[in-house]
Design a protein around this ligand. Structure first.
Ligand code: GLC
Length: 420
């Protein structure tokens, strides 16, 4: 019967059916926030129709740190059950040996992506992942409340501290007892590294480890930055912020219980959904400065193909499909995910649906990279030491001064005679 259908299709010149006869089953693994999985499924449905292949999603927790731990184990064990991985921008040097080179498959389209993003995913000349979307955070603020109390969106962390306290006091006086000034990502994981790098960099305290590999974190400006953030705990930010990841911060914000939030652009479209208490009541501005300019950490996600996949050709085709202009356009218009394809920033449909996108082009182009390139295979350890020292300091577990001194010692030991 199958043969019969196949032959008939061949005679009729129908490629889809011919392809379906060779169809394979693929698996993609992805972490998510907001509606990422819903969008992935909808793009996969399009891919399935076009290719005849089927794709299963293996869904992971929101924390990039948890994802990385699991993926590193799977890849080291040569796991053949996963074909495509959604990978964080910081992972390329650490996972490169387990991933296929996509240079050949991407040669026609690589030039349409921002060169710096392609470069971030290139390790020793090998393109280890194809960019899916990029990321740079915003300060979300309640337009209605700032207007009501006669305040402007803050330009410095000092302004933010004062304004957040003022709005919090007024709202609580008005009976809104669960209202908070500022929410961000303070849990002990990679998200805190992003937040704390922004504080440190904006105070002129460097980038933890500099591009040339020098360990710079133990300096007075960096310590001052963390001390400032520490002063928010239990004042403008709930104590619980030290356990918050992206979705926890968004949860508080989107029920209308915070004046300010630091989050990535994905929260923009969700905050404007019909079920959001802040729909139409908020704006976004760049993060405040600590005296040395605003700093946004560069984030973003990519698609990588496992070297252990049983269907490498189809898996590469799938990664390219999910990174394509059409998939990125859908992600941009519906989820306010920042495209990595430059042309989409001039697309009127994208700009109309999500005005944050054209406005955020300059922000992400000037965003600060985490030191994943200079610290190579040690990045995850470096970041873990950093977020631990910051988390300890903000929870009152040792002074920032003492913790940063210890941190410097640990990073020196990790580095040894040079980062490898
Ligand atoms: C966002 C960024 C990613 C970063 C993560 C930290 O998902 O895109 O690069 O590592 O947040 O929580």
């Amino acid at each position: 019967m199958k043969l019969h259908t196949g032959l008939a299709a061949l005679a009729a010149g129908t490629f889809l059916v011919t392809k379906a006869a060779l169809a394979v089953e693929l698996a993609i693994v992805s972490g998510a926030v907001g509606d990422d999985i819903k969008m992935l499924r909808s793009n996969l449905d399009r891919y399935e129709k076009e290719s005849g292949n089927t794709v299963k999603i293996v869904e992971m927790p929101q924390s990039t740190t948890d994802q990385f731990g699991q993926y590193r184990l799977w890849l080291s064990a040569g796991n053949a059950d996963i074909d495509v991985y959604r990978t964080d921008v910081i992972w390329a040097p650490q996972l490169a040996n387990h991933l296929l080179d996509l240079s050949e498959a991407a040669k026609e389209v690589a030039g349409s992506h921002f060169p710096s993003i392609i470069e971030s995913q290139t390790v020793n000349g090998k393109l280890v992942a194809i960019p899916m979307f990029t990321d740079a955070p915003a300060l979300y603020y309640r337009k209605d409340l700032l207007e009501k109390y006669g305040a402007e969106p803050p330009k410095t962390w000092e302004d933010l501290t004062t304004t957040a306290q003022m709005v919090q006091d007024k709202e609580r006086e008005a009976g809104n007892s669960d209202f908070h000034g500022f929410v961000f990502q303070g849990a002990a994981y990679e998200g805190l590294t992003c937040n704390a790098l922004e504080w440190v960099k904006s105070f002129g305290g460097g980038q933890i480890v500099e591009a040339d590999g020098e360990i710079s974190i133990n300096n007075p400006d960096a310590i001052k930055a963390i001390e400032t953030a520490k002063s928010w705990i239990g004042t403008i930010s709930p104590e619980g912020v030290l356990g918050y990841k992206e979705e926890d911060a968004r949860g508080i914000w989107q029920t209308g219980s915070a004046a300010f939030m630091r989050n990535w652009p994905y929260a923009y479209s969700l905050s404007n959904n019909d079920d959001s208490a802040v729909k139409g009541k908020f704006g976004v501005v760049p993060l405040p400065s600590g005296g040395d300019g605003s700093a946004a950490t560069l984030g973003g996600w990519n698609l990588a193909v496992s070297k252990y996949s049983r269907h490498p050709d189809e898996a590469i085709e799938l990664a390219m499909f999910l990174a394509s202009e059409e998939s990125q356009r859908r992600r941009a218009t519906e989820l306010s995910r920042l495209p990595t394809i430059e042309a989409l920033y001039d697309d009127p449909e994208v700009a109309e649906a999500q005005p944050i996108i054209p406005n955020w082009k300059e922000i992400f182009l000037n965003a600060v990279p985490r030191p994943s390139a200079p610290t190579k295979k040690d990045y995850n350890e470096v970041s873990k030491e950093f977020w631990t020292a910051v988390h300890d300091s903000m929870s009152g577990n040792g002074s920032t001064e003492a913790n940063f001194k210890k941190l410097e010692g640990r990073l020196k030991r990790l580095k040894g005679s040079g980062w490898e």
